[in-house]
Design a protein around this ligand. Sequence first.
Ligand code: NG6
Ligand code: CA
Length: 504
Amino acid sequence: MKRSTLILTAWAACGAAVSAQQQRPNVILILADDLGYGDLSCYGAEQVSTPAVDSLARAGVRFTNAHACAATSTPSRYGILTGEYPLRRKGTDVAAGNAGMIIPSERHTVADVFHTAGYHTAAFGKWHLGLGSRSGEQDWNGRLDQSPAELGFDYHYIMAATADRVPCVYIENGRVAQLDPAAPISVSYRENFPGEPTGRDHPELLTKLRSSHGHDMSIVNGIGRIGYMRGGGKALWRDEDIADSITAHAVRFIHDHADSPFFLYFCTNDVHVPRMPHERFRGKSPMGLRGEAILQFDDTVRRLTEALRSEGLADNTLIILTSDNGPVLDDGYEDHAEELAGSHLPGGPFRGGKYSSYEAGSVVPFIVCGTQAVKAGHVSDALVSQIDLAATMAELVGVELPAGAAPDSRPYLRTWLGRSRSSRPFAFKTGYGHSHILRTKDWTYIAPVPGPAIVPWGTGIETGCGDGPQLYDAKRDATQQHNLAGRHPKVVEQMNALLRSLGM
Ligand code: NG6
Ligand code: CA
């Protein structure tokens, strides 16, 4: 069977009204940063309203049992893009801004899946998976020898790492965008550059946001960062414009590729720290900067969907909206997220938060919508995992994964489209201290992992560490209050056997 026929067959099997003329569906993965299960009004948030996201949920499937692979960004994104559990690969912990590229260029990624199917592929926004072939040795004033281009992306307009890490510049197709020859860029995560002020020595220069913990090295845009950088000049971003900038580039890409199928890996900086949304959102949320960053995220979603509508693509673009990991309030800046949260529960009913092995670390919002193949207005409690993106997208576009590619990823297209209630048998995840977490239909298991009870750098979040096994009844004890490991030694043994079968 020809590839195009295969694609239409797979698509039609899922209930799509496919005509011979109809284009293959575009796909946009909207990946939020640190957005919690409880941060969207369609997931029950009352202190903040997210109408654009809510309308996606109404038009599609909203999942209540969806899992990221990890409770922080780099390992979570590694799992999403490669379909391989991050614990299988060394060096997938939260990456510095001058880390070399973490995904080996020969690895078959989700972008490669789409590429094989003839799609145009692009990455926008937060990257945080390293750039260049060697850590710390990138030429930020020239061409980076490794970038998303090596991983199947035709185009990229990204932030090297996170907004709180230098270099504070955008990278477009392997080069610093708007490079300013008058201000050559140097980056170090070891030592400062002579004469450059730091947040530690010059707190009076932190004019926009002061640090609450860490973030006391180089100062860019009146905000302290992790790591040292010199130069940048006109290429430096203004935090207030990050959402607008990445959205504008994605919208342009949509307009330029309206006639051929595309895949967008669209990663917002919202709601990661430093939270410094555009001035037009200021004062718009009782929750302060963190609430305003959620409003800005929603506005970004609105603008992407409007771009699709204006090109007549709204009914033929599958949107998957999710988050890389769970929420945190104080992640190192004095944005008063804790004091202003009021009754808002960013992690919804779940215990813990970002970094944590407890559920709020990696149970994330997950919405699929955008084509007739998706069951509209459906809430699904099927257990789904971001690890399945590669295999599920291969199923969607009708290509086969090469041998060895995306080894932990499995196709769940019918479930993702809301056409089946069939769950993944388990989600395997990692949290603080490289913990091993298993979530099944009935249980959440955290294998013994030594470590502190609370994340030691000021977030106040429980790590989930414990010297003994932890077993929670996933249905009756979502808040993980009662460790039943002692009462159910057989279940603990089954969980350990499952971990062993995964090679963990
Ligand atoms: C932590 C940072 C935090 C955030 C996190 C990574 C400090 C004190 N804290 O080390 O602010 O950047 O790393 O977040 O430096 S993630 O969402 O990209 O994984
Ligand atoms: Ca994150």
